[in-house]
Design a protein around this ligand. Structure first.
Ligand SMILES: O=C(O)CCC(=O)C(=O)O
Length: 302
């Protein structure tokens, strides 16, 4: 057969001779000293950075204050972290006050997205062109019900690909412990590449609760089975939940269409990518086709 007759499709189906994205992603993990966390993600499906590991200065405090401001604006009273908290509204992830779409309500949230350690681990899981899917927060109050085990591969039929399609970076803004309603994970479950069934979802025997201090960060692979314990004590567990996806998936929030121009202008190019504005799926609302991403990109780090 004459190979010259083959039609090229936008450079498709030609592997990069060397995976430069992998080299860049790996170099960033090494530069930031995150090797053990990358190892945790590979082997356990989740990792916890202590406040010392994360070293984000006063950012966690500013994030928490910004969330309390939003909660106050929405409910009419400032939540008391040690007191009774907002009266137990049932939300999709437990009892408390769920704060949806907080990104544009305080510049501290832009900083959180660009935090280099959080971003390096999300990039390790989802590649350099991943986008933010949603940024929400939870003020979790005392309640009776545990949150069932689930994966974050919402709506995806099994088997899932082994590499992550979605991932989560949650900022721990108050203490996490069993009594405070910790998140819990089933270590290694990301390899099972499926959702838990009905019985498995309520069986916490293999799940490990996360104990973490305010200012920690929890990152997990979207396949990992996780849930949360009911909070038993008065007061509130505060978290900022960053949910990310690969560039070819539909994000929960269409940031590409709603991000204000001044927010894009004051941030680096990577922020635009996180907002879904640099993609080969061109449209009038985009910054233009991504210069370095072909439709045939083969690397999971791209
Ligand atoms: O923060 C929690 O307790 C659970 C959050 C969760 O399940 C999620 O973000 O998918």
């Amino acid at each position: 057969m004459d190979s010259t007759a083959t039609t090229a499709f936008a450079g498709a189906f030609r592997p990069e001779p060397e995976d430069h994205a992998l080299e860049r992603v790996r170099a960033e993990i090494v530069r930031l000293g995150l090797q053990s966390h990358a190892f945790d993600l590979d082997t356990q499906g989740f990792t916890v950075l202590t406040p010392e590991d994360l070293d984000a200065g006063d950012l966690p405090t500013r994030l928490r204050e910004a969330l309390l401001d939003i909660a106050e604006a929405e409910s009419g009273h400032r939540p008391d972290l040690d007191g009774a908290g907002p009266s137990g509204t049932r939300t999709a992830i437990g009892e408390g006050q769920f704060l949806a779409q907080v990104l544009f309500r305080d510049r501290a949230f832009e900083e959180a997205l660009l935090n280099e350690k959080a971003l390096a681990l999300i990039t390790y899981l989802l590649g350099e062109n991943c986008t933010l899917s949603s940024l929400n927060a939870m003020l979790k109050s005392a309640g009776r019900d545990n949150l069932e085990l689930h994966t974050d591969q919402v709506g995806t039929p099994a088997p899932f690909p082994a590499y992550a399609q979605v991932a989560n970076a949650t900022w721990v803004l108050s203490e996490y412990s069993r009594d405070h309603g910790s998140i819990l994970f089933v270590p290694g479950s990301h390899r099972w590449a499926r959702h838990p069934n009905r019985d498995e979802a309520v069986d916490l025997s293999l799940a490990v609760p996360v104990e973490a201090r305010p200012g920690s960060l929890i990152v997990w692979h979207g396949n990992t089975w996780h849930g949360a314990l009911a909070r038993k004590t008065p007061g509130l567990r505060v978290s900022l939940i960053g949910y990310y996806c690969r560039w070819y998936l539909l994000p929960q929030v269409l940031y590409r269409q709603i991000t204000p121009a001044e927010v894009l202008a004051r941030n680096p190019a990577r922020f635009s990518t996180l907002m879904g504005r640099r993609t080969p799926y061109a449209g009038p609302d985009l910054d233009g086709p991504h210069p370095s991403l072909s439709l045939a990109q083969l690397s999971q780090y791209s």
